[in-house]
Write a protein that binds this ligand. Structure first.
Ligand SMILES: [Zn+2]
Length: 48
């Protein structure tokens, strides 16, 4: 029996912590460029 792991399923974006945006010190928010606002770790990103 093979066990396939869907790595992208529950991966939160490491940059924004899964929120999809950054909290700015000056106020307001900015969309996370790493995940594009989805809050999920992009599948293309491979661990090194
Ligand atoms: Zn992000």
């Amino acid at each position: 029996m093979k066990t396939q792991t869907l790595r992208r399923a529950d991966q939160k974006c490491l940059y924004c912590g899964g929120t999809g945006y950054y909290q700015l010190l000056l106020g307001g928010t900015e969309t996370c460029a790493h995940c594009g606002g989805t809050g999920k770790q992009p599948a293309e990103k491979t661990e090194d």
